[in-house]
Ligand binder design. Structure first.
Ligand SMILES: [Fe+2]
Length: 119
C-alpha cells in the first residue's frame, strides 16, 4: 500500500465530509487503484498457470476501469483539476506532434500512436 495519511482523521457522520476532504480521498483512492494495477499486472505476468494469469489480468483491467471512474469523479468534483489534466494532455500531444507521432485522435487516420509503437 502507498504510504499516505488516512483520508479522514476520524469517523465522520454521513454527509459531514467537506468537499476538499472528499477530493483528497478520491486522490488517495486513485493511488490505491494504480498500485493495484501495478501488482495485478506483475502477478499476471509472473503466473505460469493460464487460469491464474487470465483471472489476474482480468482483475487488473477492472482496476483500470476504476481509475477511469475515479478520474471522472475527480474532474466533476474539482473542475480546476480537470483543467490541469487537460493542460497536461495538451502538452503531451504537443510533444508527440513535434516528434511526428500521431495522437490517439489521429489513429483513425492510420497514423502511428504510442500504443502502436509498443507492438
Ligand atoms: Fe478497484
Amino acid at each position: 500500500m502507498p504510504n499516505m495519511p488516512a483520508p479522514f482523521v476520524a469517523t465522520l457522520p454521513k454527509d459531514k465530509v467537506t468537499k476538499y476532504d472528499l477530493i483528497q480521498a478520491v486522490r488517495a483512492d486513485i493511488v490505491g487503484e494504480l498500485e493495484a494495477i501495478y501488482l495485478y499486472d506483475a502477478h499476471a505476468n509472473a503466473a505460469a498457470d493460464p487460469v491464474a494469469k487470465a483471472v489476474l489480468a482480468d482483475i487488473r483491467d477492472e482496476e483500470r476501469v476504476h481509475v477511469g471512474e475515479l478520474f471522472t469523479l475527480l474532474k466533476y468534483l474539482d473542475p480546476k483539476e480537470a483543467e490541469h489534466l487537460a493542460d497536461g494532455e495538451t502538452e503531451v500531444r504537443e510533444v508527440m506532434e513535434s516528434l511526428g507521432i500521431a495522437t490517439n485522435d489521429d489513429a483513425g487516420a492510420g497514423g502511428l500512436t504510442v500504443g502502436s509503437l509498443k507492438d
